[in-house]
Design a protein around this ligand. Sequence first.
Ligand code: CA
Ligand code: CA
Length: 465
Amino acid sequence: MNKRTRKIAASAALATMAASLVACQTGGMMPMQPGAQVGNPQLGAMSAARPNATSQAKAQKIAAARARGLNYIPGEYVVKFKPGASAQAAFSQSGVRAMGLTPTKAIGNPAMGMSLVTVSGARAASTNDQQALAALRSNPAIEFAEPNYIMTLNKPIISNEPIPVSQPDAFTPNDPLNDKVYGLKLTQAPQGWAIEKGKPNTVIAIVDTGVDPNHPDLAPKLLKGYDVVKDSTDMADPQGHGTHCAGTAAAATNNGIGVAGFAPDVKILPVRVLGDDGSGSYADVANGIIWAADNGANVISMSLGGPSNSAVITNAVKHALSKGALLVAAAGNDGNNKPGYPAAITGVLAVGASDVNDKIARFSQFGPHLSVAAPGVNIMSTFPTTPSGMPGKDYGAISGTSMATPAVAGLAALVRSKYPNLSPAAVKAHIEATADDKGTPGFDPYFGHGRINVYKALSTPPAGR
Ligand SMILES: [Ca+2]
Ligand SMILES: [Ca+2]
């Protein structure tokens, strides 16, 4: 590490400390009373970032589960009723009733028949999760029952390496930080934009920690989203990860500020499913996927994952695919061949991370389910304009399969814009067919079909066209 990078690393570490201090202070200082007015209008934008009772309760449950070494929330289950079965009848069954199990919240459209089930009252502390699941599974009205597992963002890696700089050319837009967004030039994105910059009615959902609504390089691109964690339409991103992903997918481009995104002219639909510490529940992630698909998302970008396969997430994925949305998910940052979910679910486009030299990142999870790789090392993009869990404000670089995923989501949105009638499976196949083969020849478990090439995807007709 040279003197300059050491200095950057030290200031990044300080910024992280400062951000976590601020998070602690705001978390413990002043819980909002219901209906309380914020006197200072300058604090108005911050009020949305504060936890409410719903998000605080969720965060406490996840923290308590973690303290016990659990990867699910005790006393919470996800069920799906059999078609035509009555929830009321299912929960009046004596064994289920004796345990205090109650359906508390529909997951997705009530017609999908999925619900969160919780243990009511004082019985919560003494519930045996295995017994509760056995009782639910033996209920003739219930199709499946599973724990409410914990999902997390793929923790970004803060690198000490200098950010690669690419030389501008005739295609480079005027955003001043673009020389550091090397992934655009490497994948020939600006050349691709001469063919397709995206249609304003094409929508990428960022299902993540939220998106900062006040960022000048994102605000013009944002649709009205939904915060599943707080059950609110106020959007904020106290963690910062989702804001970074949103910028890579579709930051305002050629607007003379900050960075460019892979899909310059499409819209961003922010959906918050992960709390301030970057974790959430499978129930909330499923709700977010379904909400995004039901609210116009053509592409759903998910830089998150969990180790447990899950029927509720699989059902949410199937629902989104049936609505014509392509799901793109990060392979994970553990550097092993373990499948992460939703990345490993059939139909989901799983993304690995490569670097400026087209080497696969050592942290990038791999396996037969991997679809493609995209630049994910030292990725410059948008950070929230207020202190967050990110190492800095406004703009900054971090690494991870999380950073590669929104690049592919941006490309998918461009392909959808150019070919609106392509099915999600056909968009996925086209992105794979036009990727630049890297690593060992042909499909390999590290790059999948190769590293994405935006220009090739937009200049090559899809199969059958
Ligand atoms: Ca910009
Ligand atoms: Ca290969």
